[in-house]
Design a protein around this ligand. Structure first.
Ligand code: NAD
Ligand code: LMR
Length: 338
């Protein structure tokens, strides 16, 4: 190689080839919005993930700096940076998994739906890129409002003729992470030992924790049920208010995104019984999209699980959730079909 950039590229190729020859499981992952509040810690955590062999960091600003920084970490993944629309195609070509935390976050007083006007267009553009450059990739969509951006992505892929419902997953993992934390606090348990299914969607009343199905099996007073449901549904707002104008959850979200992406990669590798909650194309209710437990496999969300038995409080919550979700889904679909 004639200069240091060529030398770095050549070493990257040699390292990537070396991993491939050794038969080590290595997936190619792109993060779109990698220089943002979520994107940066997410990129750092994915660089540590042993299942990742190549990590592409794409943003419309600052991705060269983030890439230079992360690329000095002495972990296995080869990191490459991409800046601006002209490099989107190169960022996406060959990717197995694409994680999207691109878009504006909330400020106090806003709902997630207030982000629709800006983020819908961003998600549309990025998904058009995916349809063109890596149509078989599994997509983890984080950008809000998730209840609308997932239907937008589905419509973009349908238009392009590349839609595979199993490969499009809205990330609701942060709701589960919060639910596990808050429920563990109430029960006096280690959060790592607690599993709370959270179904529905990712905004306010559409976030429906199923406290009757908590593992280990637990009972709660009505007061505890109301406190926990309310805190889980408003966890995002709690962070937005505490950050007082400086954005929304980024660190806990990056943690949740990596937990979810890692589950997707283990599924792609062929591990058995990888199950997490996600907002996906669904026949669990009459709505076309719904969050529930899904089994992640070689093709993405290979099985979407039913909700299981609900108590009266959860049945009432489900009706409220479905009403709001139906409107948010329709709004996303209309944005592309209009
Ligand atoms: P941020 O503003 O800190 O970062 C967003 C990044 O996206 C920026 O670096 C920006 O340059 C980039 N970006 C903007 N347009 C882009 C485009 N066309 N292509 C590529 N990148 C682009 O915001 P953040 O705090 O990281 O949040 C990002 C999104 O994630 C927000 O919509 C937020 O509401 C959402 N979010 C979702 C969850 C969830 O649970 N699903 C949790 C937290 C935040
Ligand atoms: C969250 O749940 O933290 C995210 O959806 C960000 C937000 O706006 O609340």
């Amino acid at each position: 190689p004639s200069n240091s950039q060529d030398m770095e590229d050549s070493c990257g190729v040699r390292r990537a080839n070396c991993r491939a020859k050794g038969g080590a499981p290595g997936f190619k992952v792109a993060i779109l919005g990698a220089a943002g509040g979520i994107g940066q810690p997410l990129a750092m955590l994915m660089k540590i993930n042993p299942l990742v062999s190549v990590l592409h960091l794409y943003d419309v600003v600052n991705s060269p700096g983030v890439t230079a920084d992360i690329s000095h970490m002495d972990t296995g993944a080869v990191v490459r940076g991409f800046l601006g629309q002209a490099q989107l195609e190169s960022a996406l070509t060959g990717m197995d998994l694409v994680i999207i935390p691109a878009g504006v976050p909330r400020k106090p007083g806003m709902t997630r739906d207030d982000l629709f006007n800006i983020n819908a267009g961003i998600v549309k553009t990025l998904c058009e890129g995916i349809a063109k450059s890596c149509p078989r990739a599994v997509v983890n969509l984080i950008s809000n409002p998730v209840n609308s951006t997932v239907p937008i992505a589905a419509e973009v892929f349908k238009k392009a003729g590349t839609y595979d419902p199993k490969r499009l997953l809205g990330v609701t993992m942060l709701d589960v992470v919060r639910a596990n934390t808050f429920v563990a606090e109430v029960l006096g348990l280690d959060p790592r030992d607690v599993d709370v299914p959270v179904v529905g969607g990712h905004a306010g009343v559409t976030i429906l924790p199923l406290l009757s199905q908590v593992k280990p099996p637990s009972s709660f007073t009505q007061e505890e049920v109301e406190y926990l449901t309310n805190r889980i549904q408003n966890g995002g707002t709690e962070v937005v208010e505490a950050k007082a104008g400086a954005g929304s959850a980024t660190l806990s979200m990056a943690y949740a995104a990596v937990k979810f992406a890692d589950a997707c990669l283990r599924g792609l590798r062929g591990d058995a019984a990888v199950v997490e909650c996600a907002f996906v194309s669904s026949q669990v209710t009459e709505l076309p999209f719904f969050a529930s437990k899904v089994r992640l496999g070689r093709n993405g969300a290979e099985e979407v699980f039913q909700l299981g038995p609900l108590n009266e409080y959860e049945r009432v919550g489900l009706e409220k959730a479905k009403k709001e979700l139906a409107a948010s889904i329709q709004k996303g679909v209309s944005f592309i079909r209009k």
